[in-house]
Design a protein around this ligand. Structure first.
Ligand code: NAP
Length: 337
């Protein structure tokens, strides 16, 4: 065999190895490496994390992960009753790590009420005397056809998924900058990396988060501020309950069926925690084939787009068909402040 044949064989073997690694992973390869060899979760001990969107799903499990490793927590969302349960859970899992009642602060608020943000941040500082990491996790999903979406839905979702979180981060930033140290985490989504069918506004809000926070990273990195963008794929959570449709007065309702192929919330939260303590810039957390597809979209975007336009609608209809079995419900007033 001549040199060029060896060279080609080596390239091919590397490619196959990489493909196998991706196919047997549930997160991008850097994240997988950090999970095994990176900064351990115990480094969260004693630090103060503010989890916004902690009353259910990923935020709730992430709070448990951090509490189990001795982190102090501020937990926020609109539903105070749910937050109380999360606090009880945090204290239970954090008992061995020495967590006591005052280490978990309940701070219920609606992230869209931006004028209250400074006051809430002041309460965090009053209680703990410091904040180490702000986790912008709250968000609302959507299922709707692009051309039918009422502009009021676009505005509502941008207020919740983008402007509320951007404003809260801007409120916290002067404090981080003053101590030349800080960390802002943002839960985006795989939907923030590509244009999956039937969620135009949701996708747009997640793309917008990348626009805002990647720019912030460019401006703030040298000033000691880290930004971590977390992009989960399909994960079990309560996300469908308040899921928007094309009508402003409507939400999809329903729960995610146990038969659906989604990542377990606990696993997603564990990987989020790994990404956070290792201060990674961007992580992808997903089962396959979505993870592999993300790699295709990143490194061969034209191929990714061609695939998405050809098969994306079919895939979306497959999941959407199940949802449409239940009629959308009017807005749940228990979730508004
Ligand atoms: N599950 C998935 O498949 C998936 C995939 C990719 C990305 N994500 C993202 O992950 C994040 C967490 O979602 P999840 O899946 O865990 O769904 P979830 O269980 O519905 O959690 C959403 C959280 O956001 C809070 N929230 C919503 N609107 C709020 C508001 N106006 N003010 C304050 N808090 C608000 C909710 O609390 P209250 O209702 O009590 O306010 C809840 O704690 C979201 O950003 C979502 O877009 C989820």
């Amino acid at each position: 065999m001549d040199f060029s044949a060896y060279f080609l064989l080596t390239i091919l073997s590397c490619f196959v190895l990489l493909l196998c690694l991706i196919l047997f992973s549930d997160g991008d390869l850097t994240l997988m490496l950090k999970e095994k060899f990176g900064v351990p979760l115990d480094s969260a001990r004693g630090k103060v994390y503010w989890v916004v969107g902690a009353s259910s799903g990923i935020g709730k499990e992430l709070s448990y992960q951090l509490a189990a490793h001795g982190a102090k927590l501020v937990i926020s969302a609109r539903r105070e009753l749910e937050l109380e349960k999360v606090k009880t859970g945090c204290l239970a899992v954090g008992k061995q790590a020495g967590l006591v009642d005052s280490d978990v602060l309940l701070l219920p608020f609606d992230v869209t009420e931006v004028e209250s943000h400074q006051e809430h941040f002041d309460s965090v500082l009053r209680h703990f005397g410091k904040l180490d990491v702000l986790i912008n996790n709250s968000g609302r999903s959507q299922k709707a056809e692009f051309q039918k979406i009422d502009l009021r839905v676009d505005k509502d979702l941008f207020n919740t998924n983008v402007f509320g979180l951007v404003n809260l981060s801007r409120v916290v930033l002067p404090y981080f900058l003053a101590k030349a140290q800080g960390h802002i985490v943002v839960t985006s989504s795989v939907a923030g990396k590509l244009g999956a069918a039937f969620s135009a506004t949701y996708n747009a809000t997640k793309h917008a988060l990348h626009g805002y926070f990647e720019t912030a990273r460019s401006e703030l990195y040298t000033k000691g501020i880290s930004i971590t963008m977390i992009c989960p794929g399909l994960v079990y959570s309560d996300i469908l309950t308040a899921c928007a449709t094309e009508n402003p007065e409507e939400q999809l309702g329903g729960t995610i069926g146990e038969d659906e192929k989604r990542m377990k919330t606990e696993r997603c939260a564990k990987l989020c925690a790994v990404a956070i303590v290792n201060r990674l810039d961007e992580v992808w957390i997903s089962l396959n084939p979505v993870l592999l597809f993300l790699y295709v979209c990143q490194y061969a975007p034209s191929l990714g787009r061609a695939f998405l336009s050809r098969y994306g609608v079919r895939a979306a209809i497959k999941t959407r068909g199940k949802r449409d079995a239940g009629a959308p419900r009017t807005l749940d007033s228990s979730r508004s402040s």
